[in-house]
Design a protein around this ligand. Structure first.
Ligand code: PLP
Length: 323
């Protein structure tokens, strides 16, 4: 098998009907299982797409080092794609990134630099990339190739998986690449599909979408990784949204634990937010309706956090632990 074969494992993930959650007959919740990608998250899609575009444009060659700032998942994808293409990679992560995520990124041979919360890991990546002409900045927060990758792959697959039978697509956003790209594809195919943002309390996205002038003042810390943001970024397209609903750490994590026990799905915190929001929307729907969401990553990445009773106790969610 050639080294490039690992990249062929990216995408074409399964769509699962979360039957135990359907709130009433005819109202169905579906989730695209993106933890089935090689590094366990849908970020493999954007990095494969962006690196291929860089190769096609002659901006990436065999001497290139990929540089990126990431809350963890994108870093793993950068490191995996670099490894499978024989390139080097440097990844900046925030100190809130779980130990497992750091270990995963390192396992692919990347250099990992952990930044304290007081410093921007994204700015650190941008500064590093400007140091050397062989450094290529992926720039997931601001590159339009990020939503384009989801428009070309995830959005198309979701439409095909559901045979176009979709009433609502709901998901969290961090870079916004997934919801912007998927939303654009689905709305182009059927303008009646509603695109709904699920946003953690403490993110500025929902306040901004709701027209709050002081939206930046809504920023506060929260635990769910890969959801929400404290600033606006170019990859996030608010024009694609019909609505935004908010959730908190407790709702997301309770749903993560429920999905593992009731659906056989061990997933990350943003998946909990997504499915919690999908269920809230589903409860209000007239029949019949199909609500679609995504499972962005695997629960294996949070063994030291969401699946660790000690950590749940530390963050005041010990009551969610099931013995
Ligand atoms: C676990 C997880 N869920 C959801 C997202 C949100 O995806 P996007 O950055 O495309 O908005 C991310 C991205 O960082 C993530 O890592």
């Amino acid at each position: 098998m050639s080294k490039i074969e690992a990249l062929k494992l990216i995408g074409n993930t399964p769509m699962m009907h979360l039957k135990t959650l359907d709130p009433k007959p005819g109202v169905e919740i579906y989730a695209k299982l993106e933890f089935m990608n090689p590094t366990g998250s849908y970020k493999d899609r954007i990095i494969q797409y962006m690196v291929q575009k860089g190769l096609d444009a002659g901006k990436i060659n065999k001497n290139t080092t990929l540089v990126e700032g990431s809350s963890g998942n994108t870093g793993a994808s950068v490191a995996m794609v670099a490894s499978s293409m024989g390139l080097k990679s440097i990844v900046f992560v925030p100190d809130k990134c779980s130990d497992e995520k750091v270990a995963i990124i390192k396992s692919y041979g990347a250099e990992v630099i952990v930044k304290p919360a007081s410093e921007s890991y994204e700015d650190a990546a941008a500064n590093k990339a400007s140091e050397n002409e062989n450094f290529y900045h992926i720039n997931q927060y601001n590159s339009q190739l990020n939503p384009e990758a989801h428009y070309m792959t995830t959005g198309k697959e979701i439409w095909d998986d559901m045979n176009g039978q979709i009433d609502v697509f709901v998901a969290t956003a961090s870079t916004g690449g997934a919801i912007s790209g998927i939303g654009k594809r689905l709305k182009e195919n059927d303008p009646n599909i509603k695109i709904i943002l699920a946003d953690p309390e403490g993110s500025v996205y929902k306040p901004y979408f709701d027209g709050k002038e002081d939206y930046l003042s809504y920023k506060k810390p929260f635990k769910v990784e890969g959801a929400g943001k404290g600033v606006l970024v170019d990859a996030m397209n608010f024009d694609i949204l019909n609505e935004a609903i908010s959730f908190n750490d407790e709702k997301a994590i309770a749903m993560v634990l429920r999905l593992a026990r009731e659906e056989g799905l061990m997933v990350g915190g943003s998946s909990g937010g997504n499915v919690w929001a999908a269920l809230e929307i589903a409860k209000k729907m007239e029949t019949p309706a199909k609500i679609v969401t995504v499972i962005p990553d695997s629960g294996f990445k949070y063994l030291s956090k969401i699946f660790n009773p000690k950590w749940l106790n530390e963050i005041g969610l010990g009551h969610l632990v099931v013995e």
